[in-house]
Design a protein around this ligand. Structure first.
Ligand code: GDP
Length: 435
């Protein structure tokens, strides 16, 4: 519970073993006792006390730790509500933390990211954002921008002052410098997107080359499968696996796995469709056979994008002519035995190399993982460019100032001081209940 009357509600349902008045209980204390309804003990619990402003929401808060299970937890919840508490909206705790100024908007958003993280790197990036890395960077960019604006304002309002005014060249340089820094942040979104959404990966190949065996080998090895959910169409399932800390989103795994009979097995048409919107194509051929026309059709599909050719069944006697031009077209070739789980690590290393995953170093760099942030940064850059164009065109300095101020507003929307109520509500609606 959070809010001014937290302890009053608590008092009505919690009987402490060693009774102390709330005025005597310090924040960050845990008390032992029973949750009681009409004299009847509901559960034996521990209650943590947080006193405003030193809590997650900056309000009075308590957390009741019961034995868990559904019935008891629901009973305690109902009891709180019966005694004056309201049920929290999704994200309401974090929203209060934001409204009360404990965290800014980008930090609140990082809470969702941390909860939903599908990989180490994503979680780590979320924590960094929660710690305020992004907020601080934005703040510092805003301060630089504010410096320029102040300088312009002084020159407009007090032209008689002998304040050192920036020349057009100095202004342009300063604006460019800010713009360049923002550009770098914007570019980091490419990696951010990978970290957040995963590399959309498809496994293609004609029937019986070992697609489902490879999928199983990957899933078996990476026990850290996070989600398996139905995609947009009914027969697609996407599965996430972690490769070197970054999620691969394996698309359409249902089609691969459930293809038990020959007719249903994934053929060329389906492969074409799958390959079309993938970030990574893993194309498999059976190395214990010669290439046939069907293989060749599929090999042709895979050449335009980031793709890896996997020669499977290396445990069998090799029959494949590796010098074939269709094979030689591929820059990235990995040999595996899906059945024996051999070569899977080589495949991972190749993937990591292709996507520069090893270079996504999270420790010293800010990575934009949120599309809303990226869009706002782009708008801020656009406004800076406009300011520079205005300068170049020799238009009055007031116009430059307008563009700079717009840029400032864009940046302010990232951290929330300039975000509209509508946007704020939309962001918190994405939370799960009670966070
Ligand atoms: P898919 O139709 O491409 O999904 O192919 P499957 O994964 O169902 O494999 C077809 C057949 O090839 C099955 O009988 C597998 O056991 C076999 N197979 C798959 N990978 C290997 C491998 O690495 N070595 C051997 N010897 N057999 C394999």
């Amino acid at each position: 519970m959070s809010g001014e009357n937290t302890f009053e509600v608590l008092e009505k349902i919690f009987v402490q073993k060693k009774k102390k008045d709330i005025s005597e209980i310090a924040g960050y204390t845990i008390k032992y006792g029973n949750i009681v309804d009409d004299g009847q003990i509901i559960d034996e619990v521990l209650v943590s006390y947080f006193k405003a402003p030193r809590s997650y929401t900056k309000e009075n808060m308590c957390e009741i730790n019961s034995h868990g299970g559904i019935v008891i937890v629901k009973k305690i919840l109902d009891l709180c509500i019966k005694n004056g508490a309201n049920l929290a909206e999704p994200g309401e705790f974090t929203k209060r933390a934001f409204m009360n100024g404990r965290i800014d908007l980008s930090q609140a958003e990082s809470v969702i990211d941390i909860i939903n993280a599908k990989s180490d790197k994503e979680a780590k990036e979320g924590i960094k954002q929660l710690e305020g890395y992004l907020s601080n960077r934005i703040k510092s960019v805003k301060a630089d921008l504010m410096d320029i604006i102040t300088n312009i304002e002084v020159s407009i309002d007090y032209p008689e002052y002998e304040t050192p005014q920036l020349s057009t060249k100095e202004l342009t340089d300063k604006i460019n410098e800010i713009s360049l820094g923002l550009k770098r942040m914007e570019e980091s979104f490419e990696n951010g997107k990978i970290i957040k959404e995963g590399i959309k990966t498809v496994i293609i190949g004609k029937p019986n080359v070992g697609k489902s065996s490879l999928l199983n080998a990957i899933l078996k090895e990476e026990r850290a499968i996070v989600t398996e959910y139905e995609g947009t169409t009914r027969d697609t399932i996407e599965e996430f696996v972690n490769v070197k800390g970054v999620p691969l989103k394996l698309v359409d795994t249902a089609g691969i796995r459930n293809a038990e009979n020959e007719v249903e097995k994934i053929g060329i048409e389906k492969s074409k469709k799958m390959a079309r919107n993938a970030d990574l194509i893993i194309c498999i051929v059976d190395a214990s056979r010669e290439l046939d026309n069907e293989d060749i059709e599929i090999l042709k599909l895979a050449n335009s994008k980031k793709c890896i050719l996997v020669l499977n069944k290396t445990d069998l006697k090799a029959k494949l002519n590796e010098k074939s031009k269709y094979i030689n077209n591929f820059k990235n070739i990995i040999k595996i035995s899906a059945i024996k789980s051999e070569g899977i690590e080589d495949l991972y290393n190749k993937i990591a190399e292709l996507f520069n995953l090893n270079e996504i170093s999270l420790d010293n760099e800010i990575i934009i993982t949120n599309e809303r942030h990226k869009n706002l940064i782009q708008m801020a850059i656009k406004n800076l460019n406009e300011a520079n164009q205005t300068l170049k065109d020799g238009l009055p300095i007031d116009f430059v100032e307008i563009s700079l101020k717009n840029s400032l507003v864009n940046l302010g929307s990232i951290t929330g001081e300039e975000a509209s109520e509508e946007i704020i509500n939309e962001i918190f609606a994405r939370f799960c209940l009670g966070k």
